[in-house]
Design a protein around this ligand. Sequence first.
Ligand code: AMP
Ligand code: MG
Length: 408
Amino acid sequence: MTTPAQALSLILARIAPLPAGLRPLPDLLGLAAAEDLRSAAQVPPFLNSAMDGYAVQAADLAQATPIHPVRLKVLGDLPAGAVSSHVVRAGEALRIMTGAPLPEGADTVVPVEDTTRGEAWVEVRKSLREGIHIRHAGEDLQVGQLLVLAGQGLRPGDIGVLAAAGLPTVRVHPRARVAVLTTGDELVDVAQQPGPGQIRDANLHAVCAQVTACGGIPMPFPRVPDDRETLRGVLRRALEADAVLTTGGISVGDYDFMKGMLEELGAQRVFWKVAQKPGGPLGFWMLGGRPVFGLPGNPVAAMLMVEEYVRPALRKLMGFARLHRPRAEGTLEDGWSGKAGDPRTTFLRVRVRREGDRLLARLTGPQGSGILSSMLLANALAVVPEGVERIEPGGAVRLHLTEEAEDH
Ligand code: AMP
Ligand code: MG
């Protein structure tokens, strides 16, 4: 059987980022830059005022105090967006608004709060250091300055900088369109009252939400009954997507058709079954150049598999450089004991809290793979390697912090 680490590297080795294209700024949030992005402009583009006030020569104000203010002649008004042809000389001032270009001759801006406004004059009550309250051309960004690295996900702040830097379009990788198929005769729609032997389809919603959460576009397909011909048709249509996720029918039950059908359609098996608990029967195929994940039917297992394997794969497909959630060492407060001689890695759903520089983890409840409610409180997975049968209360455990952004 494939180990979790092998499974992940087998998957990632087969995935290449989707082709990049130029997209406008309003479309960029959450997408990965496909190349290093450099400023096309100097920001600010010109010397300008950082305050509403008066452009002056600081030397004029050397003696200014509240009791003996200095009176300057006002040459005119300069709103932001306008340019002045006035030259400010000794004894003169130009009324200036934040962002307006500093007029020739002036070296400093007096904030309006430190002045008294007259008819054609202004009194300044305070001396000022030369050069204060002005912003120099290029003090924020230089032409050619590196702003964003290839593979970085774009956040609102990045997009603001790109706009100021004169980049109306940017080369990015697209979101992955991900077909989500749930299978099983027992499944009914959430809004429906399940009849005898039926259950509500939790996976469709859980898995679609996970796809959205990692930046993909889920394409939910109509539920597939345990019927080979229906499955064949739906799988064919699902190949319009960039990746395919199926749940259920992947094990060795009499109605588990997924594996056989994928291979009948020409899918190349990379592996089937991972030595882990919960969720052994994960299969991974390539079909028509697309990754196909056969996830277990069990909702806890399916979601865990998406978190551990599908999410890094989709991130790689979408061009992100960082694929993996932060790893950390923590303390398992309540301890755990497993089966002796179990050759599988166990993933425990835990709630982690920080205490100083320590991470304290508690199990979220019963850890059976059918216990969906264990997902409710979880904010991390504790990973117990094969061969470890027991963790004493307060023992060390390896954590995957599943609510923090990928850091490697
Ligand atoms: P399977 O792998 O198809 O045998 O499914 C394993 C278990 O997961 C069974 O108890 C199924 O009823 C359950 N299951 C399968 N698919 C779903 C689903 N979409 N939502 C909730 N439970 C499911
Ligand atoms: Mg089934």
